[in-house]
Design a binder for this molecule. Sequence first.
Ligand code: F6R
Length: 644
Amino acid sequence: MIVDVKMDSTQSLIYKPAGQFEETRFEKIHNIIFNDSIEASKVVAAEIAQLIKQKAEEGNMCVLGLATGSSPVKVYEELVRLHKEENLSFSNVITFNLDEYLPMQRDNLQSYYHFMHEHLFNHVDILPENINIPDGTISPEEIYQYCIDYELKIKEVGGLDFQLLGIGRTGHIGFNEPGSHYNSGTRAITLDHITREDAASSFLGIDNVPKKAITMGINTIKNAKRIILLAWGLNKAKVVQKTIEGNITSQIPATYLQEHLNTTFILDKESCSELIRIKTPWLVTSCIWTDELKKKAVFWLSEKVGKPILKLTDKDYNEYGMSGLLAEEGSAYDLNIKIFNKLQHTITGWPGGKPNADDTNRPERATPSKKRVIIFSPHPDDDVISMGGTFDRLVEQGHEVHIAYQTSGNIAVTDEDARKFAETAITLTSNTKKIEEILKDIENKKANSIDSIAVRALKGTIRRTESLAATRYLNVPDANVHFLNLPFYETGTVKKNNLSKEDIDKMCDLIEEIKPHQIYAAGDLADPHGTHKVCLDALFDAIDILKSKEYMNDCWVWLYRGAWFEWDSYEIDMAVPMSPDQVIKKRNAIFFHQSQKDKVMFRGDDTREFWVRAEDRNRLTAKKYHQLGMADYAAIEAFKRYYF
Ligand code: F6R
């Protein structure tokens, strides 16, 4: 059963059962795509609430299989709201959680026991005896029987009415890692390395992530009467595509869900982006050719057939499902030139606009020739990692450049670094009391526990001084460097608070003070709970509040991508080439962020240092531009304009 989903015209186009329509013919699992995870989570919570109520009316218990991780957080938030504001009762609910780390104490902040109570159970009227979460303290001798009993308990209450799932990048559901058998039951399992990498940031380092877990099996999950799997963000796009469009394989255990006929995947605009009908819709259906889609299709074709844009022929277009586009545009010749020009017009060495030049075909306005610019940087280093070359140009070309570090970035400094600075500081003063306390706090810190306020402050200061070294190197006066220390970030853990008025006020105050002509910000949408996305939301909220002000009519917003992804070529509105010397200068600026070098705490599954990633990425963008037929630049930084 799908609850009534209200969709706009573009969404209704893709609200179709799997494989039943021309554009979904590659799809083997029903899925619904939403604009964002918040809207989607509300719909999922509504379906769960409806099921709970229906069961209550029938006088029955409702048996829910629940998941943890970042994906279901907003669903639980909405269920709590429905309980508090709309009297949804959980008194007839029995829950079974999918999994738990092994070994794991219940009171450990990383335990799924803790997670479930923090996000759901502590806030609703579920009876404690109706909550079932695999026990992470079970001994190896007892585990076999324990798992059999867990299965039996699910059967005794009539099986799972509903199972909520997330999906790991390995394709795991629950912790059924690649290789899991379709007939598997609840059992102990060794976690895949990628899964442990993904969990590393919550555990403050991969070494602290348990190697094992207890998980419900594939068969346990498949016996649920209804299954909903949630997937948000670009990180999940590839595995979502393989799961929905690929063949069933134990290497991607989520593909077993193709055999479950009441499963729906709930996706957002990013996680669905690799599906054929989204990525290359011209291959499966007749398209409405918007300007953006034309660019996307021509760039794709150029890459596919390995020819620059100006060498594409009618035959190339016809062979790859684009005859409709050709009919609209006349000939390959006309279309090629049109798209080639569009691409060429994105390139500029003058990111703040070229003074006294005709700007009709340039990405930025020529006037005013000296612009006020704010570069928002979520952490103290994203500015140089993501747009160090453009940053440098803007300063050199005489614009008034302000840097605003949105968060303190304190959790990403190691204890060893903090200790090094404290031990240096203590030699310089006779007033050592405060520093001694810091050193004691570091020494006495238990694994996985939160830093004391004083240690966090020191770690924040380390990042602050590194940032100032970098901004000074790029000739920005200290007065133009702003440390916003947005409060949402200051939890001492990876899990952050929601944005509050105080966060938005700080953003608004700075924009109001500078009245910028240009704002640069990290447009990362990869992880809905990541700091970059929250920082972007804070900016969008601030813009919403300020957009009626006169000076905002003159303000353009440019989004760069953080360390993990780059814009697709067709999305780029401004491409700023860098010379080999500028690449080195950018590298030097990144080097000032020493606490983030050598041993990066939160690097994701990419083991390369940030400067290497940044250089590779910028080189790759330049290479793509070259392959499309542009000049051969050493590196390019890319931006997409955000219209408000
Ligand atoms: C959690 C679980 C896992 C997660 C998956 C996705 O109980 O069993 O399968 O659902 O690892 O995690 P997130 O949502 O954090 O990306």
